[in-house]
Design a protein around this ligand. Structure first.
Ligand code: TYM
Length: 351
């Protein structure tokens, strides 16, 4: 096993955490925040945290280069505005660290074709256009994700429920690699907090809130005008009946709103539900709209402010990439040696 150095503080190594987000939309949405990003923020204080904006994953589907560049910087600003602190963690862009692509190739050579074909996200994303029109990059997407995680020897990976299968594949690859080439990779644990692991679309409460939804009406974008978000909450589809209680089967719409309310206010779902006992859906939606507006108003202002200083964002990313590379290059060198590649420069011992 490789020696673990803490990237930002001396002393005993803290557990490692790694996670990633795609810069595929102008704004992150409430599902991203509640399912994953708020854990990024809280975990950076007691973990050695690596957070990555995965631009290489973003080019697996159709995209515009100029917009991708804007969204990558926009993602950086949003993460910082939300509380991801580049002094507490390593925040970087995937394409700045070439080891991601290099390790992905190695892991791809250990992944079965059928195994990759069973990934439900690939099946979902190609359901409409057909697999013939999908790129090879989209097919091997989970292999690149495994490389993201393994390069940093992550112990924990905070994500939403939709990433569970990709993490299972990563864990299988760890077992396969370590068995064949000797103990090399840490086995990462998914950090999926059940209550908020799948935030639903406000208009279609049985589907997850997703940037690829056909309509924007059910998605709370964190950079929406606060008034627009409030309106989306007040127009959320609710269930039959009038009583406010949590039941995902009978009341998927209300349960989703209670989950969002609870997570943003820090109150328990039961406590929130009890407040609206006998008062009906209207009051719940009105108050939640206010809670959401109060959350996104300062976030939005801070993001806009951060985007005004591009040079500062670039500097943060440059420093993050250097820190990430120092860890990633060590892992990759170890992997290359174990799998039988001849070193590009002879080692001290063989000179
Ligand atoms: P992405 O960019 O689609 O989403 C970022 C994070 O948001 C979570 N999420 C949700 N959580 C709860 N409810 C929702 N409705 C919801 N929608 C999205 C996702 O689960 C994710 O945690 N493949 C990843 C990016 C990635 C990655 C990695 C993650 C690349 N490499 C390495 C972890 C480790 C993705 O597409 O996330």
């Amino acid at each position: 096993m490789m020696m673990r150095m803490s990237s930002s503080s001396p002393g005993p190594a803290r557990p490692r955490v790694l996670s990633g987000i795609q810069p595929t939309a102008d704004s992150f949405h409430l599902g991203n925040y509640l399912g994953a990003l708020r854990h990024w923020v809280s975990m950076q204080f007691d973990h050695d945290a690596f957070y990555c904006i995965v631009d290489m994953h973003a080019i697996t589907v159709d995209y515009d280069p100029q917009i991708l560049r804007e969204r990558t910087l926009g993602s950086t600003a949003q993460l910082i505005a939300m509380g991801v602190d580049p002094r507490q963690c390593t925040l970087f862009v995937q394409s700045h660290v070439p080891e991601h692509a290099q390790l992905a190739w190695v892991m791809g050579c250990l992944t079965g074709f059928g195994e990759a074909a069973r990934m439900t996200q690939f099946k979902d994303k190609t359901a409409k256009g057909g697999q013939d029109r999908a790129t090879v990059g989209l097919f091997t997407y989970p292999v690149l994700q495994a490389a993201d995680i393994l390069l940093y020897q992550a112990d924990r990976v905070p994500v939403g429920e939709d990433q569970r299968q990709h993490l299972e594949l990563t864990r299988d690859l760890v077992g396969r690699f370590n068995h064949r080439f000797g103990e090399t990779f840490t086995l990462p644990e998914p950090h999926i907090i059940k209550d908020t692991a799948k935030i639903s679309d406000l208009q279609e409460p049985t589907a997850k809130m997703s940037k690829s939804a056909s309509s924007n009406a059910g998605i709370v974008d964190l950079l929406d005008e606060p008034k627009t978000s409030g309106k989306k909450i007040r127009s959320a589809v609710t269930d039959s009946g009038r009583e406010v209680y949590f039941d995902e089967v009978e009341k998927p719409g209300i349960s989703n709103l209670l989950t969002i309310y609870s997570a943003l206010s820090g109150r328990t779902v039961e406590d929130v539900a009890a407040t609206y006992d006998g008062r009906g859906y209207g009051d719940l939606k009105k108050d939640l709209a206010q809670v959401v507006e109060d959350f996104i108003t300062p976030f939005r202002a801070r993001t806009i402010e951060l985007l005004e200083d591009r040079a500062e964002l670039d500097a943060i990313l440059r420093e993050g990439a250097a820190r990430a590379r120092s860890v990633a290059s060590e892992t990759l060198a170890d992997v290359y040696e174990r799998i039988g590649f001849v070193p590009a420069t002879p080692s001290e011992s063989s000179r």
